[in-house]
Structure formats: C-alpha cells, structure tokens
Design a protein around this ligand. Structure first.
Ligand code: AMP
Length: 113
C-alpha cells in the first residue's frame, strides 16, 4: 500500500506545518483553511477512515477527540468550535488516512453543504 500524504508528512518526506505531536498523533495546520483555526488531528496509525476503525483503535480514537478539546481550550475557542470527520467520497474525504478537522474562530453554518 502506498503512503498517504499525511504519512509522508509524518515521515518528514514532504513539509507540513506540524503544530503538535505525541506518540499517538500529529496536529497539522490545514493548507486550505476553512476557518481562522483549522487543524487536522491525525493518528500515527494509518487507519484509512473512521468506518474502518476497529475495537483495537478505541483508545486512539479517544485520544484524537481529547486532543481536539485540549487544543480548543489552548487556542481559546471559548465561543465554540466544530469537529469534523469526513468519511468516503460522499462524506468529502480526500485523504485516506483518518483525520479529525478542528475548526473554529468564526460562527460556522449548519447544515454542512
Ligand atoms: P478531507 O477532505 O476530510 O480528507 O481533508 C483533507 C484535508 O487535508 C483538506 O482540508 C486539505 O485542505 C488538507 N490538506 C491537503 N494537503 C495538505 C497539506 N500538504 N498540508 C496540510 N493540509 C493539507
């Protein structure tokens, strides 16, 4: 299986604006931000998408959400923020390596397009 874009950034093969990293995930600044804050929280484990996660991934998935909340507090997104996980083509997924979008810094519309 070829490496995804995010795997290449994690492996230092292509540049990326990494805002945070730990043993389970990296946090990347989105190259095409949809809000003043737009970060991608990406597990080191190359889970393709949430629909393919298994029981074994439970703590990894929890870590991603806890990290999103922690980052939102750190970035003072006290007016609110949104977490998005796109899954598959209808879901708008373009990179087949699970990632949690953290969006904030403006009022976000609902429903999504
Ligand atoms: P998705 O469409 O949910 O799969 O999200 C993929 C995200 O990756 C999009 O928001 C893109 O703007 C973002 N993206 C694509 N290439 C890069 C890159 N080189 N560095 C940071 N973000 C990227």
């Amino acid at each position: 299986m070829s490496k995804t874009l995010f795997q290449k950034i994690m492996d230092g093969e292509i540049p990326g604006q990494i805002e945070y990293e730990d043993d389970q995930c990296i946090v990347l600044r989105d190259i095409n931000p949809q809000a003043p804050t737009h970060l991608l929280i990406i597990p080191r484990k190359p889970i393709p998408r949430v629909g393919e996660a298994t029981e074994e991934d439970q703590s990894t998935l929890g870590h991603l959400l806890l990290k999103a909340g922690e980052l939102a507090r750190k970035l003072n997104l006290e007016n609110g923020f949104r977490i998005v996980i796109n899954n598959g083509s209808d879901g708008g997924e373009t990179v087949p390596h699970l990632h949690v979008h953290l969006l904030g810094g403006r009022a976000l519309g609902w429903p999504p397009g």
